[in-house]
Ligand binder design. Structure first.
Ligand code: PMP
Length: 413
């Protein structure tokens, strides 16, 4: 018995050690929950456990806390309190925005427009609507991931109901001019949904500055809990629910509201907004020193526009090395590869959209910085990356034949 206990203790300790030994560079994938957020949520897991939809004192206290959280979100991001709906995350917020609006659209308004670099939760949702008779235009992007506003204008038709274009990209960090997109949409009587998941906490975001009719975001990208997000739905928008069976969230999302997560989301947003001006400057500095240090290496490029970019994102293509070899040679760092050409499952539709007619770059790394990233860790990563790439180019050179499958299903080699 003692031996089993000792083994269990040892394995959890090793797991902790190995995870803790890595420098984390994947903040765009997820962030740790801020201890202040955990503290704010704590009573609502335990003593204040009431169902906010119940009419007794426990329920009333929970309902009050949820209402305060909603007010906080509206105070920070704008819009009326009643225009913010809690969801399980940005995926659900995106799906609710798109399907909800299209399902409520008149018969002669079956067309929607998205950008080729949208998150899969937007793209795949739109494709599922196409299978049900809706019409979709996917706007291509320029080589730097920017958007042609003229192309957007040309794509709007009398049947267009909705445009969905993200504020900032999750792979290449490119920031799109949503206020201009909103102006174009509204001039043509079209609704705009925007996915602000990667932008919030990194650049200024508000209902009024974006001008969008629907806005999605998620808790776990802003040092909040996983499993919670929110959707702004302007009061003039007609929308149908995805989930039926209860009148919660104004009938737009049936199901008991997860009280602790709502409190956590609002607290995380509050902290993120307080920290943003200073933290964004710090992250931009780290981004700058990383790119500067990488000048010591030849044969790499920055993917996505260098100027209109999130301060926490670097996305690079590196020549002459295989992505899995590269990642395996960097065990001390938690990184993500945007595109692994050798693995169709990991193929990046975003990178493909930047350069649809060319052979995809061999290896892509997405490096994202966050609150825990230090200058020393950035130098450590840059120096180790240079060293590993130079070694692999000699010992295990990649190149030659490589099969990449594009989103169009066309095989490129
Ligand atoms: N949109 C963007 C831009 C994202 O980066 C993500 C998370 N990768 C999502 C949507 C989905 O968010 P969630 O995990 O909250 O469903």
């Amino acid at each position: 018995m003692h031996l089993i206990k000792a083994l269990l203790l040892c394995s959890s300790f090793c797991f902790y050690c190995s995870a803790g030994a890595q420098d984390y560079f994947d903040y765009q994938s997820t962030t740790p929950c801020d201890p202040r957020v955990v503290k704010a949520m704590m009573p609502y897991w335990t003593t204040e456990f009431g169902n906010p939809h119940a009419s007794h004192a426990f329920g009333e206290r929970a309902a009050f806390a949820v209402s305060e959280a909603r007010q906080k979100i509206a105070r920070i991001l704008g819009g009326k309190t009643t225009e913010w709906i809690f969801t399980s995350g940005a995926t659900e917020a995106n799906v609710l925005a798109i399907c909800g609006v299209m399902h409520a659209a008149p018969q002669n308004k079956k067309h929607l427009i998205v950008c080729a670099t949208e998150h899969k939760s937007v793209l795949e949702t739109c494709k599922s609507l196409v299978r049900r008779g809706y019409v979709l235009t996917i706007l291509p992007v320029n080589q730097d991931g920017s958007l042609s506003l003229d192309l957007l204008k040309q794509s709007i038709r009398p049947e267009t109901m909705l445009v969905s274009i993200m504020v900032a990209n999750n792979e290449i960090g490119v920031i799109l001019p949503i206020a201009c997109v909103a102006e174009i949409c509204h001039k043509h009587g079209v609704l705009l949904h925007t996915d602000a998941t990667q932008a919030i906490g990194n650049i200024p975001v508000s209902v009024s500055s974006l001008g969008a009719d629907l806005i999605s975001f998620s808790g776990h990208k802003i040092y909040g809990p996983k499993g919670i997000g929110a959707l702004y739905v302007a009061s003039h928008v007609k929308i149908r629910p995805l989930l039926y069976g209860g009148l919660q969230e104004k009938g737009l999302r049936a199901g008991t509201v997860p009280v602790p997560l709502c409190i956590g989301l609002a607290k995380a947003l509050e902290i993120a907004e307080e920290m943003r001006p200073q933290e964004a400057r710090r992250l931009a500095f780290l981004q700058g020193i990383f790119l500067q240090r990488l000048q010591r290496l030849k044969g790499w490029r920055l993917n996505g526009c260098p100027n209109q970019r999130l301060p926490n994102n670097v996305n690079i293509s590196i020549d002459g090395v295989d992505s899995s070899d590269l990642l395996m040679s960097l065990p001390d760092f938690a990184l993500s590869t945007g595109s692994a050409c050798s693995s169709e499952a990991h193929f990046s539709h975003v990178l493909a959209a930047l350069d649809p007619d060319n052979i995809m770059p061999p290896t892509v790394l997405r490096i994202s910085f966050g609150r825990g990233t230090t200058e020393a860790a950035v130098y450590r990563l840059a120096d180790r990356l240079i060293e590993v790439v130079q070694t692999l180019r000699i010992t295990k050179p990649a190149g030659g034949k490589r099969i990449c499958k594009t989103t169009k299903g066309k095989i490129r080699s």
